[in-house]
Design a protein. Structure first.
Length: 204
């Protein structure tokens, strides 16, 4: 089986064949950047309590799991300037993405037939091949259950396993290390008894 480089979530279209929706830019100058932002192209963003845009939040675990809402995906690096106008791709529940698979143990960071239709969480990690440090990216985490009796980390639902890598076109097979999964975001996530409960998409 092959080993692949990690990528940021890669937008591949909409399940309802609708074009992407962008938020911000000259048409919406009130969409502004939160102070001290360092997010990069491809990072997940959310609208914070101040009504401005910041990188999505994560917990303090290993890996660091997404623990807040997502409004969209950055299509431009943060300026680092408070109040700068922001333009990002809004993420909707029907939008489809390729995600790299993640596990803190490299041998377990593989795609599998059992991944299909799973509800899993997202993490942000810099872990690369052989323990090397790479640019941070948002990945599907296989370290812990997404949803269970007590967990509400079900950020995405896996819909498929791609046949080719979108960058370079390498063939992909089930069992690849750091392989890719096709998934869409969930609007909400909830434990089986409904508590805890978390909204995932702000604009979904």
């Amino acid at each position: 089986m092959a080993t692949h480089l990690h990528i940021q979530p890669y937008y591949v279209g909409s399940g309802e064949a609708r074009p992407s929706r962008f938020v911000g830019g000259p048409e919406y100058p009130h969409i502004k950047e939160t102070a001290s932002q360092t997010y990069k192209v491809g990072d997940l963003l959310y609208g914070d309590s101040s009504g401005t845009i910041a990188i999505a939040t994560v917990d303090g675990g290993t890996p660091t799991l997404l623990n807040g809402e997502v409004a969209g995906q950055a299509i431009k690096d943060a300026s680092g300037t408070t109040g700068q106008n922001v333009l990002f791709r809004r993420i909707r529940s029907e939008d489809l993405f390729f995600f790299s698979v993640h596990h803190q143990t490299e041998a377990s960071a593989i795609t599998a037939q059992a991944d299909l239709f799973d509800v899993l969480g997202l993490c942000k990690s810099t872990l690369g091949v052989g323990g090397a440090t790479v640019a941070a990216s948002w990945r599907i985490s296989k370290d812990a259950a997404g949803e269970s009796a007590t967990l509400a980390n079900g950020d995405v639902r896996v819909l498929g396993i791609p046949l080719r890598h979108p960058i370079g076109g390498a063939l992909l097979t089930i069992g690849d290390t750091f392989g890719l999964l096709l998934a869409k975001f969930n609007v909400i996530s909830a434990a089986s008894d409904g508590n805890p409960f978390r909204r995932v998409l702000q604009l979904g």
